[in-house]
Design a protein around this ligand. Structure first.
Ligand code: F6R
Length: 260
C-alpha cells in the first residue's frame, strides 16, 4: 500500500485526479470504478477542469459505480444514478452509454447484481477503482462484518451510515435502509485502488484500515491484501497513523519514474 499524506483536502483531490488522469491518458478507453459521497468530489472537479482545459479526454472511458440505494426512484436527486450523471458524467464529458450504476430498483435484485459483476468482467475489469471510506470503515456499502469474498449484492445500511448520509436528504428517515453494493471481492478485482479521505472524522477508520489488523470489522482493511492500493489523505484524516512520518518520507523520496 502507498500512503500519501497531504497538507490539505484540496491537494488530496489534485493528486488522486492526477493518478486517474494518467491512466486515462495512457488508455483512453480505461474502465474506472466510481464512488459517490463527498470524498471523491474534488477528484471529479479536478478531472473536469482537465477536460475543460483540453488536457484530458474522458469520452471513451467506461465506468461502473460502486453502489446504489434501494427504494428511491432513479430520478431522485440523491439516487447514485442521478449523482453520477450530475457530478461525473456531465462535467467530464463522458458517454452515458458507457456508464453503469447498480440497479437498486430491479424486480430481481439478485439477478441484477450477478449481471452487474458480469458486465464488469465483460468490460475487461476495472483499471482503477475510486474509493471513499465510511467512519465505520466501510468501503462501497460493505458494512462491518461484510464477507471479504462478497460480490455485488443487497446490503442493509448500518445506522451510522444512514445518520452520516442524512445530510443529503430532507430528513434522516428519508435515507434508504438498503442498498446494492459491489462486494469486497468485486472491489479487490480492480487492477488499482485509490482511496481518498479527508477530515478528522475519518482518522480512526484510516488508522484501522491502514495499520490495524485485517478484519471484516473494518472492511477497508482488506486493502492491505491488494497489490496496488494507494491511500491519499489529508493531515486530519492521517492523525491516527503511527507511521505517518515514514509515509511522508517515502512519498518525498518516490522515484521520479513512479510519480504521477
Ligand atoms: C459511496 C461509497 C461509500 C462512501 C463513504 C464515505 O459510493 O461507496 O463508501 O465512500 O460512505 O462517504 P463520504 O465520502 O460522503 O464521507
Amino acid at each position: 500500500m502507498e500512503i500519501i499524506i497531504l497538507p490539505t483536502a484540496a491537494e488530496v483531490g489534485q493528486v488522486a485526479a492526477r493518478k486517474i488522469a494518467q491512466i486515462i491518458t495512457r488508455k483512453p478507453a480505461a474502465v474506472i470504478g466510481l464512488a459517490t459521497g463527498s470524498s471523491p468530489l474534488a477528484i471529479y472537479a479536478e478531472l473536469a477542469a482537465k477536460v475543460q482545459a483540453g488536457d484530458l479526454d474522458a469520452s471513451a472511458v467506461r465506468a461502473f459505480a460502486l453502489d446504489e440505494y434501494v427504494g428511491i426512484p432513479e430520478e431522485h436527486p440523491q439516487s447514485y444514478a442521478s449523482v453520477i450523471a450530475h457530478d461525473v458524467v456531465e462535467p467530464l464529458g463522458m458517454n452515458p452509454d458507457l456508464v453503469q450504476v447498480p440497479d437498486g430498483r430491479a424486480s430481481d435484485i439478485e439477478a441484477a447484481c450477478t449481471a452487474y459483476d458480469d458486465a464488469i468482467r465483460t468490460a475487461g475489469g476495472v483499471d482503477i477503482q475510486i474509493l471513499g471510506i465510511g467512519a465505520n470503515g466501510h468501503i462501497g456499502f460493505n458494512e462491518p462484518t461484510s464477507s471479504f469474498a462478497s460480490r455485488t449484492r443487497i446490503k442493509t445500511l448500518a445506522p451510522q451510515t444512514r445518520a452520516d448520509n442524512a445530510r443529503f436528504f430532507d430528513s434522516p428517515d428519508d435515507v434508504p435502509t438498503h442498498c446494492v453494493t459491489q462486494g469486497l471481492g468485486t472491489i479487490m478485482d480492480a487492477r488499482q485502488l485509490v482511496l481518498v479521505a479527508q477530515g478528522s472524522n475519518k482518522a480512526d477508520a484510516i488508522a484501522a484500515a491502514v495499520e490495524g489488523p485485517v478484519t471484516s470489522m473494518c472492511p477497508g482493511s482488506i486493502l492491505q491484501f491488494h497489490q496496488h492500493a494507494t491511500i491519499v489523505v489529508d493531515e486530519a484524516a492521517a492523525a491516527g497513523l503511527r507511521l505517518a512520518d515514514y509515509y511522508k518520507y517515502t512519498y518525498e523520496n518516490k522515484p521520479v519514474w513512479q510519480r504521477f
